[in-house]
Design a protein around this ligand. Structure first.
Ligand SMILES: [Zn+2]
Length: 328
């Protein structure tokens, strides 16, 4: 029997972007681990015959020191997509003009270095707004992948804030980091945004059908700190539910899934970053074997093109949290 489809992507968040969101000093010199993690990722994916989508941060592409690493990704068959220029999870506070500059800058540097012009976008920290959707449509994007339909966002944010020393202004900017409770009400299956009479495909980062809890690999790794067997049972159950409910999973990876405590000491505040690398890679490998055993794994762009043929695709009007005032 033909396997149903799934997609796999990786947000190529760099060391500096984690430090920046966390409010740690020193991010301004853009410390990078791309020289370590990119070759490791490419080798890992090649060994498993996987081609995936890399969401790349424009600022990294603008720096000479990352050029060779980023240039190696597209020739290995992977899709290159846009993960903003400055990686600010408060992108939803930008005016439309600021969003346009942000996306255009990222596109320019990403295309120059990788040779691919992105037609897919994921907002940093899953930040999204009507302005972002409008800009994506105007700039000719095929899809957005910035929604994360879970009720657990506020919980993840509270846990994260406990590890930071942010001032009140920084806290305000990060007020919607990982999304509000209402994010859990968004669809899990792909759909079409209706943006001022035009359409844009949305490929949500899949959460567990019915339960709406995260199933991306960083979360599975977090569970594996309790017991690896539990983590894999969780992943197996989640993938089975996706098949049962006919929800094609779009699964998300992060560089930290491929880095251990020995690789990035500064990031030990992250769940799972106290773990040795070999142990993490084993869990990631087992979970991806489970996924590829049940699904045909595509890039997010291939996933988007595949579903765009479907006549049953739901149309959704953009509605966003209005807690925050736009930037003055
Ligand atoms: Zn990111």
């Amino acid at each position: 029997m033909k396997k149903p489809i799934a997609s796999l992507s990786l947000d190529l968040d760099n060391k500096w972007s984690y430090m920046k969101t966390h409010g740690d000093r020193g991010w301004e010199t853009f410390p990078s681990y791309l020289d370590v993690v990119v070759p490791r990722l490419l080798e890992f994916l090649k060994a498993r015959h996987l081609t995936i989508t890399f969401f790349i941060v424009g600022q990294d592409a603008a720096l000479d020191k990352n050029r060779d690493m980023l240039a190696a990704i597209a020739p290995a068959g992977h899709e290159i997509a846009n993960h903003s220029f400055r990686h600010e999870p408060w992108l939803h506070l930008y005016s439309e003009r600021e969003v346009d500059t942000e996306l255009a800058n990222a596109e320019e540097h990403i295309e120059r270095v990788t040779g691919q012009r992105p037609i897919g976008f994921r907002g940093p920290g899953f930040s999204l707004s009507h302005e972002v959707l409008r800009t994506l449509v105007r700039r000719g994007y095929l899809y957005d992948a910035s929604t994360f339909p879970t009720f657990l966002g506020p919980l993840a944010r509270a846990y994260y804030f406990m590890t930071t020393k942010l001032n009140s202004e920084q806290m305000e900017q990060r007020k919607l980091l990982f999304g509000s409770f209402r994010e859990g009400l968004r669809p899990i299956r792909p759909y079409k945004w209706q943006v001022d009479g035009q359409k844009l495909l949305e490929i949500p980062v899949t959460t567990m059908p019915i339960f709406r809890v995260p199933i991306h690999l960083s979360y599975v790794l977090y569970l594996s700190m309790i017991t690896p067997a539990l983590a894999l049972r969780y992943a197996r159950f989640a993938f089975a539910l996706c098949r049962l409910t006919k929800s094609p999973p779009s699964i998300l990876l992060h560089p930290l899934d491929f880095l251990g405590s020995e690789d990035a000491q500064e990031l030990s505040f992250f769940p799972g970053m106290k773990f040795p690398r070999a142990k993490k890679l084993e869990v990631v490998s087992d979970a991806l074997d489970l996924l590829s055993g049940q699904f045909t794994i595509l890039t997010v762009q291939q996933h988007a093109r595949h579903i765009s043929q479907m006549s049953t695709l739901q149309s959704v009007d953009p509605r966003f949290e209005t807690l925050c005032q736009p930037n003055a």
